[in-house]
Write a protein that binds this ligand. Structure first.
Ligand SMILES: NC(=O)c1ccc[n+]([C@@H]2O[C@H](COP(=O)([O-])OP(=O)(O)OC[C@H]3O[C@@H](n4cnc5c(N)ncnc54)[C@H](OP(=O)(O)O)[C@@H]3O)[C@@H](O)[C@H]2O)c1
Length: 391
């Protein structure tokens, strides 16, 4: 018993010698007599007990201290903090997650590194940096920059690349957005990141949509190639992204009386701040709690686009009709009549096939359970639509 404890503590100490030393110095009884009383029974088995009688805690005698420490089963040796790297922290999802981490004191700012590839991103992150968060410049186009950015991190929050044009034209394997993700993951592997949390999307896998393709490939990479722990978080479709699904609605200038889309189906819309808080709680929890899990973060309440039309009509104070048409009609209308880029429209329109198949109606309690721990209820879709259309 004593030996096995000693072994465990010794192992801890290999990594945390300074911290253990500081903690033990504070916790040991001050006078030599009580030190002797507490330490005797345990240390006799392990070391020359005479050295305990006048024990002076020092780094060179840390093993003596550790043997002594096993007399205090209720105390624990502090671990060196696990650094968290947030890639893409200035984006909508990354910023909501970082904000929740700081607002709820879930991780100390000094234990967070964020990355940005732009001056605008760095400027957005300034208030976090002022609090002690570390900023490192890194870019999908310079894979070596990820090594610098992730060095020293135990956990990595890898937010999927937003460079959707890489996916257009049915990009073959390795050339879609996964071409951004794979080198970043290879860099993380090289510098010894232990746990990757990857933000996938709340469609099925495999999906009929094309928007999911890079996520499918990255999820598969993590399952096949990643040597450490990983967590795949299929992030709910943002409440705030309804204009994209609802006929590329132009907020606030769209004056259409009728909107058409290539299909409809229930969507478990989820607000960005709610996703940020749920992500933050996952990242702050012990690694083992979420290791090697794949799950959704979505509200369970779903709304089809037909309902969204009703919410838009209400917020606008005028009827906006809605019609689901075929995917081909959708593509023709948005490319030929509204002059939108064909590559984007044909890539996007396959999302409606997924909606028709109910891929986006999610029944996973994880998000609601996590928010409840902070007394938060998911933001209703209607509230977000009204807010976005407020004059
Ligand atoms: N769940 C949903 O409904 C939903 C909706 C929309 C999008 N998404 C997807 O979710 C992911 C995150 O979306 P988001 O909403 O946070 O996107 P976003 O707000 O557009 O943020 C994009 C991020 O990418 C970073 N970035 C831009 N160029 C970069 C480069 N060359 N190298 C490295 N980083 C670069 C930007 O930061 P810096 O400029 O600071 O580098 C920014 O942090 C994306 O994959 C997006 O497609 C999900």
């Amino acid at each position: 018993m004593v030996h096995s404890r000693f072994g465990a503590l010794q192992k801890c100490c290999t990594y945390d010698t300074d911290l253990a030393h500081d903690a033990l110095t504070k916790q040991l009884p001050r006078d030599p007599l009580s030190r002797r009383r507490h330490g005797w029974a345990f240390c006799g088995l392990l070391i020359d007990t005479s050295s305990l009688f006048d024990i002076q805690v020092s780094r060179s005698r840390i093993h003596v201290v550790l043997a002594f420490y096993s007399a205090y089963p209720k105390t624990s040796i502090p671990q060196r903090p696990i650094m968290l790297a947030i890639q893409g922290a200035s984006g909508k999802l990354g910023y909501a997650t970082l904000s929740a981490l700081l607002e709820h004191d879930l991780i100390s700012p000094s234990e967070i590194t964020v990355t940005s590839s732009s001056d605008a991103g760095a400027a957005k992150l300034k208030s976090a940096i002022d609090k002690g968060v570390k900023l490192v410049s890194a870019d999908w186009d310079t894979p070596a920059s990820w090594e610098t950015a992730f060095k020293g991190a135990g956990k990595l929050f890898l937010i999927s690349s937003a460079r959707i044009d890489k996916d257009f034209g049915d990009a073959p394997y390795g050339q879609g957005r996964e071409a951004d993700h794979f080198p970043a993951l290879e860099a993380a592997k090289k510098v010894g990141v232990k746990h990757v949390y990857y933000t996938s999307l709340a469609f099925a896998n495999p999906s009929k949509s094309r928007v999911m393709k890079a996520h499918e490939r990255t999820e598969e990479y993590l399952q096949r190639e990643w040597p450490g722990k990983f967590t795949i978080i299929r992030e709910g479709l943002y409440n705030e992204s309804w204009p994209l699904y609802f006929g590329h609605f132009d907020v606030p200038n769209d004056s259409r009386d009728e909107v058409i889309t290539g299909g409809d189906g229930p969507i478990s819309w989820t607000s960005i701040p709610d996703l940020g808080l749920a992500n933050a709680l996952i990242l702050a929890a012990p690694s083992s709690e979420w290791a090697n899990k794949t799950f959704y973060l979505s509200q369970r309440q779903s709304h089809p686009l037909k309902d969204v039309a009703g919410m838009v009509s209400k917020a606008r104070g005028k009827q906006v009709a809605y019609k689901a048409v075929s995917r081909q009609e959708h593509e023709k209308f948005y490319v030929q009549e509204r002059g939108m880029p064909e590559a984007m429209i044909t890539w996007w329109s396959k999302s409606y096939d997924a909606l028709r198949d109910n891929e986006c109606e999610i029944d996973d309690p994880t998000l609601e359970r996590l928010l409840a721990t902070k007394g938060v209820k998911p933001t209703p879709m209607e509230e977000t639509v009204a807010e976005m259309l407020k004059k």
